[in-house]
Design a protein around this ligand. Structure first.
Ligand code: FAD
Length: 250
């Protein structure tokens, strides 16, 4: 299928983007397009306006700040995978992006897009949560920092306002006692269940509507996992237990 008609905008600055987001009702940002374009093609998303941010200069930097690494809006997942800085400061993030789909998708898909999209089975949101990271959201009204626990509000839902651009994600440094483990049907598929260990903290993904923090000693307590065509809730709970054990034994 082809997308429903939309009006296309390609701003060249963050200010212009924020002005468009603030004035257009029912607009969607287009970053890597690896999640949004299929949704448009299947007409599961029918925004009136598309705001393509790919022509904005100067928002594709990875840099060190506040004892961690900041990843701007147009940084592709592949750039994070290849980054020596990320490998040195936050190798957990390097490991996580390698589990996202396939290289050809990571060449276009962005880290910030993955966070904004908030797929419950995504690796990067769970890493952000386990590390206690945050994002910077900008709009014509100003900018604010949203801590990871306040960001993921539901399945494919975040606390970003419709007029906000996710300008940057910040991941605290970690050098040891970390792991990301997942189980998927084939290499590159979304995870049936996954765990992120960051020192003594544990985050789960693929098992609830959002990534969730859990107690490493009892990771499935209060976990209401749902079943689907891919896996039963019981199987997902079993996976969480096994993967947690491995993550903390590693
Ligand atoms: C075959 C396939 C397999 C995949 N497997 C995985 C996987 O295993 N794990 C995984 O995590 N992902 C997977 N993905 C998704 C992929 O990682 C996407 O790249 C990512 O989810 C979205 O990033 P994007 O830059 O492509 O965003 P887009 O598709 O452009 O946008 C996605 C959503 O986020 C919003 N958005 C994007 N950027 C911003 C921003 N800066 N500010 C505010 N809103 C924004 C858009 O408006 C849209 O609603 C897969 C995709 C495909 C096609």
């Amino acid at each position: 299928m082809k997308p429903a008609p939309f009006e296309y905008h390609a701003p060249s600055t963050v200010e212009e983007t924020c002005a468009l987001l603030g004035s257009l009702d029912d607009a969607k940002i287009l970053a890597g397009g690896q999640s949004l374009v299929p949704l448009l093609n299947f007409r599961l998303a029918r925004p009136k306006y598309l705001i393509d941010i790919n022509r904005i200069a100067g928002v594709d930097r990875i840099y060190e700040r506040d004892g961690g690494v900041a990843v701007q809006a147009l940084v592709r997942q592949a750039a994070v995978e290849d980054s020596d800085l990320v490998a040195r400061v936050c190798p957990l993030l390097s490991d996580a992006v390698r589990l996202v789909a396939h290289r050809v998708i990571r060449n276009r898909g962005t880290v910030c897009g993955s966070i904004a999209h908030a797929d419950p089975a995504s690796e990067v949101p769970a890493v952000l949560l386990a590390l206690g990271g945050s994002v910077v959201a900008v709009s014509s009204r100003g900018q604010r920092v949203i801590a990871a626990p306040d960001l993921f509000t539901g399945m494919f839902e975040t606390s970003l306002a419709p007029d906000e651009l996710l300008a940057e994600a910040w991941f605290p440094a970690i050098h040891d006692a970390f792991a990301i483990l997942e189980e998927s049907r084939r290499h590159g598929d979304f995870a049936l269940a996954g765990v992120v260990r960051a020192a003594e903290k544990l985050a789960l993904f693929g098992v609830a509507p959002t990534p969730v923090l859990a107690d490493p000693r009892d990771p499935t307590r209060n976990l209401e996992s749902s079943g689907d065509i891919e896996a039963t809730p019981e199987f997902r709970i079993h996976l969480v237990k096994v993967l947690t054990e491995r993550a903390f034994a590693a």
